[in-house]
Design a protein around this ligand. Structure first.
Ligand SMILES: NC(=O)c1ccc[n+]([C@@H]2O[C@H](COP(=O)([O-])OP(=O)(O)OC[C@H]3O[C@@H](n4cnc5c(N)ncnc54)[C@H](O)[C@@H]3O)[C@@H](O)[C@H]2O)c1
Length: 338
């Protein structure tokens, strides 16, 4: 284990698509160092280790036996999260789990409990919370610019969510369905901005690309909150051209409205007394660095994990409820822990 004054030794398990973003962020951080990678695809692990100048493993137990690994980022397909998370925590390593934390609420709570009992940092890759726009909206709400948030609309439509889908994503047994795969980001943002956990979910979906799809590529999730606030979260590949990314974020408060529709415009706050604007570029490069800086600080005991694990558990509960609503056509109530 490294000393607190040394860079935190990071191991990455699963070096496919998203691991690249974590590796790029790590290269810019003096307070952490990539020391090992692991992938069941040994050639892929070797290639990533060469690029990252670190040790390659094709077996997670071997990576966890490496004393230079202080903390692990798990970037594997969703159905592996719970078992790999348990292995990492059982080996007394801090854990940054890519979203979703697990595929079931019980699985997510088991990881939350295990980390708490062992005094380990458990962070979850809700990366949208660390984007310029995600933070700007939270800051604007905290500044009181729009009063109390009552309604959120998060629309993320674009081809970008399609080309990145590997075969396991299209299999609901392996990904948990679209609600758990991409939807979990949106419901997390909505309840973060509203400022309370959601109490109900109603979801509808369409298979726009092909009726043969195993998951709904067009998905709308409506959230209800105990305070009476509401949110609509929409994610689809419906945008044309498919290379485009259409984003619309709206937060309606008691005193004003925040909107973000396209990059050049930034974030706008409309109130009865005027208009304020924040310049946010929506660029992704800082997102993963911010997320990792928070994780490293939490592992070193310098600040609490952000977002709190309870929020990531709640996001899993909402996404699972959304899948149930899709299957039953019913509104699903969520039990919110006191
Ligand atoms: N935060 C975000 O914005 C974001 C974006 C994309 C993906 N993700 C999440 O990241 C995770 C990975 O997604 P991806 O798109 O990189 O997937 P991917 O399929 O591109 O890569 C997954 C890698 O994990 C390896 N792997 C599978 N099982 C393994 C195991 N048991 N041990 C070691 N390696 C294993 C595979 O060989 C592959 O190289 C998913 O949970 C996904 O939901 C998050």
């Amino acid at each position: 284990m490294s000393e607190a004054s040394e860079p935190l030794g990071i191991g990455i398990v699963g070096v496919g698509g998203i691991a690249v973003s974590h590796m790029a962020a790590l290269r810019t951080m003096p307070e952490a160092r990539l020391v090992a990678v692991c992938d069941v695809d040994a050639a892929r692990a070797a290639e990533a280790a060469y690029a990252g100048r670190c040790t390659a493993y094709d077996d997670v137990d071997a990576l966890l036996a490496d004393p230079s690994v202080d903390a692990v980022i798990v970037c594997t397909p969703n159905m592996t999260h719970e078992s790999l998370g348990r292995a990492v925590l059982a080996a007394d390593r801090h854990l940054l789990m890519e979203k979703p934390l697990a595929m079931t609420g019980d699985g997510a709570r088991a990881l939350q409990r295990e980390a708490a009992e062992r005094g380990l940092a458990l962070a979850v890759g809700h990366s949208h919370r660390f984007s310029d726009q995600g933070l700007a909206i939270r800051d604007a709400i905290d500044s009181g610019a729009i009063g109390t948030p009552r309604f959120v609309r998060v629309a993320m439509n674009g081809g970008w969510i399609w080309p990145g889908w590997q075969s396991w994503v299209l299999n609901p047994e392996l990904s948990g369905g679209h609600s758990l795969h991409n939807g979990v980001h949106l419901v997390d943002l909505a309840s973060w901005w509203i400022g309370e956990p959601a109490a109900s979910v109603f979801a509808t979906g369409q298979k726009t690309t092909s009726a043969a799809l195993g998951i709904y590529d067009y998905l709308v999730m409506e959230l209800g909150f105990a305070s009476g606030a509401a949110a609509v979260c929409e994610i689809s590949r419906g945008e044309r051209p498919r290379s485009a990314s259409y984003l619309e974020l709206t937060v309606v408060g008691t005193e004003g409205v925040l909107t973000r529709e396209w990059d050049a415009e930034g974030l706008l706050a409309w109130t009865d007394t005027g208009l304020a604007a924040w310049g946010v570029d929506g660029g992704g490069a800082r997102t993963f660095r911010r997320e990792l800086e928070g994780f490293v600080d939490a592992a070193r005991g310098r600040r609490p994990v952000a977002p709190p694990v309870a929020a990531a558990v709640h996001a899993v509960d909402l996404a699972v409820a959304s899948e149930r609503s899709l299957a039953t056509g019913e509104t699903v109530r969520i039990e919110v822990a006191a």
